[in-house]
Design a protein around this ligand. Structure first.
Ligand SMILES: Cc1ncc(COP(=O)(O)O)c(C=O)c1O
Length: 400
């Protein structure tokens, strides 16, 4: 008898970050004082001019189906943003608006990846990439970046992983979870391999505005113009404008790929929410001060978190160039014992014990394809960071 679930469904793992967030919120509902460092969304409110645009859209009755791939007004605002911020020229016909960057990435993989195609996924990686590739019948090929190289896959490592079956490279800069930001020369070199081998690139740039210190975000399609026709640039309003719940992302790329993504969307979800699309126009065309204020605050928190981790014995933490995560190396604690007597053999066991005994949620590095680390989100208040880091420090100091 055929099994109840499809092979596709059986290959799928649920999102470990969403599961951890649900567990943390469940504990909080039960009245347990848990500090949430597992979260992947800004703790700031959506700026008021963006909310106002949504209220106006509702009041004016902009509450019906829109074109499946997004309203022309938003596509034009996206083209302007890509030209002004990224130096990339696209026409509205090269843009598709989706239900978050997540759907844009899913759609791009679905229209590019055939059964058995290989997709290079540099590790550590955002948890959904490998599952999205598997859902398309593709084979994720993980290429781990070295901590000493800031967790960045080099062009040489990439080339060594390429085979005749390689179809796509999933690139994510600034990176979730490591915060790594690729510079122009690194992107040019990786792009050079793609151009030579005809490999498509899905460039996930959702954290582009969240860069600190001397780091600068550059899109690979700009760093190496010879790959622009092989690249689907993915971005969204979630992280930049504190709009995670509005569910608007977008992709820009070659017309045929974008059309196929829009056609797929037309059969699966239809348009992203009409009201959120209007709000996103206001976000992209409106004042940038709220974003700058948010980035300034994230920068202060980053410095604090990195300093705290590096002051803890047996922990090392590199300085993330972007996003809102620290990725400390906690492998020095493997083999030690928690109060429960459990031996902490890996990052999952350590994260489990930190949640249970220190009441702080962090995500194990293994969820991102890299053992030896935990991801700590600093998208939470300074008071929470102080309290949570005090708890982690005391927990680690007490391990036998
Ligand atoms: C690297 C990366 N890409 C994409 C997304 C999805 O963003 P969206 O809310 O636009 O779907 C996330 C969200 O956590 C992310 O970390």
């Amino acid at each position: 008898m055929a099994s109840r679930l499809s092979r596709r469904a059986m290959r799928l793992s649920p999102s470990p970050t969403l599961a951890l967030d649900a567990k943390t919120k469940d504990m909080q509902r039960q009245g347990i004082d848990v500090i949430n460092f597992g979260i992947g969304e800004p703790d700031f409110d959506t700026p008021s001019h963006i909310k106002d645009a949504a209220v106006q859209a509702i009041q004016k009755g902009f509450t019906k189906y829109t074109p499946a791939s997004g309203i022309p007004e938003l596509k034009e605002a996206i083209c302007k943003k890509l030209a002004d911020d990224n130096g990339l020229q696209y026409e509205p016909s090269q843009i598709v608006v989706s239900v978050g960057a997540k759907q844009a990435i899913y759609n791009a993989v679905q229209v590019l990846c055939d059964e058995g195609d290989e997709v290079v996924v540099p590790a550590p990686y955002w948890v959904s990439y490998t599952e999205i590739v598997k859902l398309a019948g593709g084979e994720p090929v993980e290429v781990p970046g070295e901590e000493s190289a800031g967790f960045k896959m080099t062009a040489a490592q990439f080339e060594a992983a390429v085979t005749s079956k390689t179809k796509i490279l999933m690139l994510n800069s600034p990176n979730n979870p490591s915060g790594a930001v690729f510079d122009e020369a690194e992107l040019r070199a990786i792009g050079e391999v793609c151009a030579r081998r005809g490999i498509y690139i899905i460039s996930d740039e959702v954290y582009e505005k969240l860069v600190f210190g001397g780091n600068k975000h550059v899109s690979i399609a700009r760093a190496n113009p010879s790959v622009k026709d092989l690249t689907v640039v993915v971005n969204g309003v979630s992280k930049t404008f504190a709009m995670t719940g509005w569910r608007i992302g977008y992709a820009a790329g070659p017309r045929d790929i974008i059309k196929a993504m829009g056609d797929l969307q037309g059969q699966v979800t239809s348009n992203p929410t009409s009201i959120s699309q209007k709000a996103s126009v206001a976000a992209l065309l409106g004042p940038r001060e709220p974003v700058e204020d948010m980035v300034r605050e994230f920068g202060k928190r980053r410095d604090y978190v990195v300093r705290r981790f590096n002051s803890m014995p047996d922990v090392t933490c590199g300085e993330p160039g972007g996003a809102f995560y620290a990725f400390p190396n906690i492998s020095g604690f493997f083999g030690r014992r928690a109060a429960s007597g459990d031996v902490l053999k890996d990052s999952a066991a350590l994260s489990g014990a930190i949640l249970r005994d220190a009441r702080v949620s962090v995500v194990p590095g293994s969820a991102f394809g890299m053992e030896g680390y935990v991801r700590v989100s600093y998208a939470t208040s300074m008071a929470n960071l102080e309290k949570g880091l005090d708890r982690i420090e005391a927990f680690l100091a007490n391990l036998a």
